[in-house]
Design a protein around this ligand. Structure first.
Ligand code: EPZ
Length: 420
């Protein structure tokens, strides 16, 4: 397994290009299952999860490949089974359920297990697809769905605005008979990007980005070429990197309009973030960083995927900040690792009180999940001395060429192989 070795204390200065969004690319590429044609995607990030998605499409019989940020998916005989050995490496594989049912009337997908940040059930996905006429059986850890007479439109209200559930059902509804109305849906920008892709393929969708989406089913979807939106979480991570190192970064392709909740909180904490004609400029203001409170919420609230990174900013600020995690039940795995670096953080239930004012000290730490790993990299960049972030395969899932991008703006960071 690889680690990142980081010598902290260098103010980062320069230009970073934001890559395509992992959380937009995964459902959008999976949606090719519902398209009876060749599909080409551009601005696709070169990430572990993208390679896993391509592997799944090939297992299902589609010819898929990634070349220099371009994914092409060609036609092929469509199988209907997503195997456990693949699904266990990427929970988002469950997003093949909706398009497979829509296209074939049958799907057999391994139930994704839990993960480090929580149980992450898929009950909302199943309940919605059942309302559209699917019968599910649980067979040896697989969910086997059948809708022999095809999916039919339904009026569905989710118990909570689930991102994956909204995506799965949106893809299914495009080829269902009749109208589907989805209420209490997720409003994330990645949902809008998926809807825009499906519309480009001939789907009839309206309301994406609001709390209600209406879909008129069509007979089939045709191919197209589509550019994936930039990654707002990767961008947010780099804004925090500028703040915690006391440097100044210019981000290219930064989707600022999709990042209001994060940018507002970064500005409240004392960062200066400006939109210029060259991109988004970020640095810490004259008065330095100060503690502010955040509470993670579904979009347009503060995104849970930026919670760990923001906590590192609070460690580097004067004063205290309360971090409340309302989306996942176990998303504070980074806290104990930060405490090992000298952070003053006390967790009570779903809240963490962060007291800043002390310089973090480098230490060997371990990534437990994607965003916790990213947060530990940020902490290493800010800390005095050397930090070794282990198990960075978690980070490779969601950050394209992270060490290269950070080194290019002055960071002392390199990837090393762990012995054994
Ligand atoms: C997506 O996960 C993202 N992943 C996550 O990003 C992100 O943290 C999450 O949305 C919330 O924004 C991708 O897009 C690939 P949810 P998803 O369904 O779809 C509960 C990252 O770091 N729930 O919106 O799995 C669930 O337990 C990853 O890039 C049910 O109870 O998230 C959770 O508490 C991590 N039943 C809450 O809803 C269901 O059927 C939000 O989950 C579905 C969800």
């Amino acid at each position: 397994m690889d680690s990142f070795l980081i010598e902290g204390g260098v103010p980062l200065r320069g230009v970073i290009e934001v890559s395509g969004s992992k959380n937009a690319a995964l459902p959008i590429i999976m949606a090719s299952i519902a398209v009876d044609d060749v599909v080409t995607y551009t601005n696709v990030p070169d990430l572990r999860d993208i390679h896993t998605t391509i592997r799944l499409l090939n297992i299902l019989g589609r010819e898929a490949s990634l070349e220099n940020g371009v994914v092409t998916v060609r036609n092929g005989v469509l199988g209907m089974e997503a195997p456990y050995d693949l699904v266990k490496t990427m929970r988002a594989s469950v997003l093949c359920l909706g398009p497979l049912l829509a296209r074939l009337g049958e799907a057999k997908v391994s139930l994704p297990g839990g993960c480090a940040i929580g149980a992450r059930p898929v009950d909302q996905h199943l309940f919605a697809l059942e309302k559209m006429g699917t019968v599910f059986d649980l067979e040896n850890g697989y969910i086997h769905g059948r809708c022999p007479r095809g999916l039919r439109g339904a009026h569905i209200r989710f118990d909570m605005p689930t991102v994956g559930g909204t995506e799965n059902v949106l893809m299914a509804a495009c080829l269902a008979q009749g109208e589907t109305v989805l209420e209490n849906v997720a409003r994330e920008p990645e949902i809008v990007d998926l809807a825009n892709f499906l519309i480009r393929c001939g789907a009839k969708i309206e309301g994406q980005g609001s709390t209600m989406i209406r879909v008129q089913g069509v007979e089939s979807l045709h191919g197209c070429t589509y550019a994936v939106m930039p990654d707002r979480i990767e961008a947010g991570t780099f804004l925090v990197a500028a703040g915690v190192t006391g440097g100044e970064l210019l981000l290219k392709n930064c989707p600022l309009d999709d990042m209001s909740a994060v940018v507002d909180k970064l500005r409240d904490a004392g960062m200066i973030i400006e939109k210029t004609e060259d991109g988004v400029l970020a640095r810490t203001g004259e008065e330095g960083l100060k503690g502010v409170n955040i509470s993670t919420r579904p979009h347009p609230g503060f995104p849970t995927d930026m919670q760990a990174q923001f906590m590192v900013l609070m460690c580097c600020a004067q004063g205290s900040g309360l971090v409340e995690e309302n989306i996942f039940e176990n998303r504070f795995m980074h806290v104990q690792e930060l405490v090992r670096m000298g952070a003053d953080i006390h967790v009570t239930g779903s809240s963490a009180m962060v007291r800043g004012g002390r310089r973090l000290a480098g230490a060997p730490v371990m990534a437990s999940d994607l965003r916790a790993g990213a947060a530990l990299v940020l902490a290493g960049l800010a800390a005095e001395g050397e930090t070794r972030v282990q198990r960075i395969y978690h980070v490779d899932r969601g950050y394209e060429r992270l060490a290269d991008k950070l080194s290019a703006v002055g960071a002392c960071i390199r990837r090393i192989k762990d012995p054994g």
